[in-house]
Design a protein around this ligand. Sequence first.
Ligand code: 28F
Length: 663
Amino acid sequence: MTQLRSQENSYNAGKLQVLEGLDAVRMRPGMYIGTTGVRGLHHLLWEIVDNGIDEALGGYATELIVTLHKDGSASVWDNGRGVPVDEHPQYHITGIELIYTRLHAGGKFDNNNYAYSGGLHGVGASVVNALSKWMTVDSFRDWAHYQMRFETVWDEKEKKWHAGKPVGGLEKLGNTRKRGTLVRFMPDENIFTEDHRFNSETVSRRLRELAYLNKGLKITFVDERAKEDDKKQMEFCYAGGISDYVKYLNLNKTPLHADPILLEGKKDDILCTVAMQYTDSYTESVFSYVNNIPTSEGGTHEMGFRTALTKAFNDYARKIGALKEKDANLAGEDFREGLTAVVTVMVKNPQFEGQTKGKLGNSEVKPAVEAIVTGQLYEFLENLKNGELAQKIIEKAVKSAKVREAARKARDVARQRNSLEAAPLVGKLSACTGRKPVENELFIVEGDSAGGSAKQGRDRHFQAILPLRGKPLNAEKKRLDQVLQNEEFRSLITALGTNIDEDFDISALKYHKVIILSDADQDGAHIRAILLTFFYRYMKELIAQGHVYIGMPPLYLVKRPGGIQEYAYDDKALRKLTEGKKNYTIQRYKGLGEMNPEQLWETTMDPANRRLMRVTLEDAAREDEIITVLMGDKVDPRREYIISHAEFNREDTFEQHAQAQMN
Ligand code: 28F
């Protein structure tokens, strides 16, 4: 991103679009940003960030600064061309007004005009304006500094809000040599009633990801709200792009080669970049993106990648005689054992499908990616200086195939045994009496003592308890056959009834709610991460169909005179409970074990009162990434990371709870 394109004409005359005002957005915000919870709140920020990224993708900007301000507003700055301030030839308003006050404003946001823009977030900056209390846009352009301010105002006569109205018109504040755009906005608390504070972790994580995905782009994150001693400023800039990303993912693993293999190409307007590095571990970690948007459910780009990998390596294995004529091809998964890869594509009209819209559907992408990756891999393998590594990869795949065969046999034996004598394996399970899977719930409870309380406190008609003794082993580090030998996982698999992996059968599921109950501490987070990774890898469908939940025990018990006791599930609720009151004591729950059976039932298990969070594939993929990065064989930094990064946003709870209860 070092080469900058020169300024171009502000407007290309294009076809006129029908433009709407912003009031529609406030009537149904969900239609534009999905939810009005924390996710929707962050959507606003991503929308503005995306515009800055687009400016960089176009070759006009090299730098972004994202700031979370003390007053609750957020701002984004880029050093691109600046938003046009002259009158648009067709709409007869300034570029600024067009972008920020008209829904689906054309030009830059018109798909035909702009090569690749992320469909999901592409709802337009005007939506951000509509859902903000106020917004300011500064354009540094043509040697001058322009500013425009928008406000959402209450109309007393008409008794309604007017969204994102320009106040004071376009102002020229002075001359400048700078170039770029600065947008600052204040999310409207009337819309984001649950929570209107940005999450530092969520923002920095995404910005880091964007910096990896956009090679050389410098993104600075500033959190002005952070306490003095906290780190306030972070800078993300990666000269190696996704190659650096793959190295980062493998930080705690042992790579088989120093530099990731980089494959890159363009075909039929589809741009594809892959970085991949083999490690001595046994699991596959493929992370994919379309137009900078993560696709946790995969899709046609991943399919193309896999097919190409299998084909190119099998051909090569035959060429060097590792596979003889009579031998069958090695399976795709054999070439993916121990592989960490990032696959990115840029596509013109991406179609997102699946439960969480995290799956690319465009059929034309598979052959394009397949052709690019096959071609590039052949080239890589033919290069003599890669011979040694190529040999190593083939050897690893051959070994993987052997182990896979052994595991299959072990599984067949296990399966036969299970069907004959299922009972002994689920010895720890306290089953429920009800026989309707749709109504039944399985609580996976951390620790024997909490397990005991849960057993006594539960409603045995529909609630089953599976206590976990100690930590289940880390599914990441082990081969499938080892995972299957672990008693904790085996009881879990048997209890659920679905089997795993290729044999997974959702119709055999015995509990339609699978609820993880762990302590709100480091160990609890660790156990939860391991369980989620296990589900993500071996029972993905279970998560995809929305059967997996996190149980949320209260964090506090507030006691007031007269024997009044109330529970608070997070700090915000605690504040509400104690605000303006005197004479109370607060008990902080550290673990589930501190609650007696009645309390556990009342607060955490009773469907009438409890808080559940439904786990999405995105959540699980994030846990998977955390496990991938931090639970390799090298141990040190991981525990702390889990507690600071894997913390689910408790504010999400209410939304998810409501959703869960509606089913
Ligand atoms: C803080 C986030 O939003 N950056 C932006 C530009 C540049 C142009 C532009 C944006 C709408 C109707 C075209 C400049 N010069 N960062 C940003 N940088 N929007 S948003 O144009 C949008 C107009 O027609 C730009 C020439 N063409 C486009």
